[in-house]
Design a protein around this ligand. Structure first.
Ligand code: ADP
Length: 499
């Protein structure tokens, strides 16, 4: 279509020649309308429609006036030049610029030909109404339907829907823009000096509309930000309420144990006293962890944690985690199966370290002594998969989704054997989100044991750094214009450590 429109213009110029100033208002009129057309192209109004911004320009008013007064070829030349200047100024891609120019060329040439066929000169009397209406309709239909067809071809969407989408939008704007052309020509009939006199108030209304639309957009953005701020505030209130409750629980038991020891004093057996003090010690440890983890959660939720990206060798990181946590095991055996030749991943080492430490700590905490903890590393599609597997009781099917929730514990009773805050996996999930990784609990067919998997993308930018998609549509319509890992299971290097 691009070739057709511009080719048609070329053929017409070749066969008929072109005399730009031959018309009722002479060269001065031609250049005046063309200059106004270029100015209109350079300053379109952006209108938000669904997810995209459509641009309306009044250039079609001047192009249609040129087509009536000077004929199709001069009008098409002016409109193509204006469209190219506007698109280059807005840095549109070459193919899009050519498509728009061609679409305009076809529409304005057809409109000019229809007018030239039905009428004989500029619109002076009522007899010009029918030719004016017919050529405006031609311009409107071609200018609306051609981009719809182009969009449907490029985007592969249904043709009728695409055309209908633009048709309705154009039906609001194009008639007004095209109806202005004969008014301008009536003014030019009196004197060319009247043309700017009409254009100035129209321009003022146009600018006013632009400013109003901009204000509407600003208000919308403000409302979205306000709603987001309210939601954040509500989440913070919830968090403070839950945290104060969680902090109070261990504090109350510490106070209880200490008060009992103080009140009963020598009445307590040495064994009992030791048991109470040990319990108070465990609860203070829990309190310390809660405070630490709450601070981490607060930092993560306010997104103030910077990302430090480096090339990270997963094998060495796993070795460090195993080395650091071995001392807290109870006869657990570590089976590390991470190939030495795994490609490094570009990620935040500190955050991956924190996630893996949490997973391994949980595996140690929730699996019986003398059992095995297996850590696997495998190449996946565009990244690396790390899995931490234990031989503990596992997590019941119905709890699987909830274990990543804030403060959620499968056994949340005060009598649970192991300490914990219910924040560990929540922090892991948040950290994974920050670095663009994926963390999940794998379902296995074994009756016991849990397997947590972490997929680290090889080179993908984390979501915070990722660009939002470009919703801009491919062509400008009219009249205005609108403008788990499945990598091979490599025989890994295997270190077995007993702790
Ligand atoms: P906690 O501090 O309580 O360990 P987490 O957020 O780390 O909190 O874990 C949430 C809950 O998920 C734990 O309370 C525990 O019930 C369960 N869980 C986590 N990891 C394991 C595991 N490896 N085996 C069994 N249960 C686990």
């Amino acid at each position: 279509m691009t070739l057709f429109g511009l080719g048609l213009l070329g053929v017409l110029i070749g066969t008929h020649g072109v005399e730009l100033g031959r018309g009722p208002y002479g060269a001065a009129g031609f250049w005046l309308f063309s200059a106004l057309l270029v100015v209109a192209e350079l300053f379109p109004i952006g209108v938000q429609r669904d997810d995209e911004v459509d641009e309306i320009t009044t250039s079609t008013t001047f192009a249609f006036a040129l087509a009536i007064a000077y004929g199709p070829v001069p009008a098409a030349l002016a409109l193509v030049a204006g469209s190219v200047i506007g698109d280059v100024a807005r840095r549109k891609p070459m193919w899009k610029t050519a498509f728009n120019a061609s679409q305009y060329a076809i529409s304005v040439i057809a409109a000019g030909v229809v007018y030239g066929y039905l009428a004989s000169g500029p619109p002076h009397g009522p007899e010009a109404l029918l030719p004016l209406f017919a050529s405006a309709a031609t311009f409107f239909f071609l200018n609306t339907i051609l981009p719809g067809v182009g969009l449907a071809l490029v985007n592969g969407g249904p043709l009728v829907r695409q055309v209908a989408h633009d048709f309705l939008f154009q039906a609001y704007t194009a008639p007004a823009l095209l109806a202005l052309s004969p008014i301008l020509l009536f003014a030019a009939d009196q004197s060319l000096a009247f043309v700017p006199l009409i254009v100035i108030p129209i321009g003022a209304v146009y600018w006013g509309a632009n400013a109003a639309l901009e204000n509407v957009r600003l208000v919308e953005r403000l409302q979205i930000n306000l709603a987001r701020a309210k939601e954040l505030n509500r989440m913070k209130d919830d968090f403070v309420a839950v945290v104060s409750h969680e902090l109070r629980t261990p504090l109350t038991s510490i106070q209880g144990y200490i008060k009992t020891v103080l009140q009963l004093g020598d009445e307590l057996e040495p064994g009992q006293r030791e048991a109470f003090l040990e319990a108070a010690d465990r609860q203070s440890e829990r309190l310390r962890r809660l405070i630490e983890q709450t601070l981490i959660v607060a930092r993560l939720e306010s997104h103030v944690e910077p990302l430090t990206l480096h090339e990270v060798a997963v094998q060495s990181l796993v070795d460090v985690v195993v080395h650091e946590l071995s001392p807290i095991g109870h006869g657990h055996t570590f089976d590390v199966r991470v190939p030495a030749d795994l490609d490094p991943v570009r990620t935040d080492e500190g955050k991956v370290h924190q996630i893996l430490s949490n997973l391994v700590e949980n595996a140690l905490k929730y699996s019986p002594p003398d059992t095995r903890i297996t850590i696997r590393g495998e190449p996946g599609v565009n990244g690396i998969l790390v899995a931490v597997e234990d031989e503990g009781p596992g997590i019941p099917e119905e709890e699987r989704d909830r274990v990543f929730d804030r403060f959620y514990q499968v056994d949340g009773t005060a009598t649970r054997q192991v300490g914990g805050t219910g924040l560990g996996l929540y922090i892991c999930a948040k950290l994974a989100e920050e670095i663009g990784a994926r963390l999940w609990l794998e379902t296995t067919d074994r009756p016991r044991g849990s397997m947590f998997c972490l997929f680290l993308p090889g080179s993908a930018a984390p979501p915070r750094a990722r660009d939002a998609g470009d919703p801009q549509a491919i062509a400008d319509p009219p009249g205005g214009r609108r403008d788990g890992s499945d990598g091979p299971d490599e025989p890994g290097q295997s270190i077995t450590a007993s702790v």
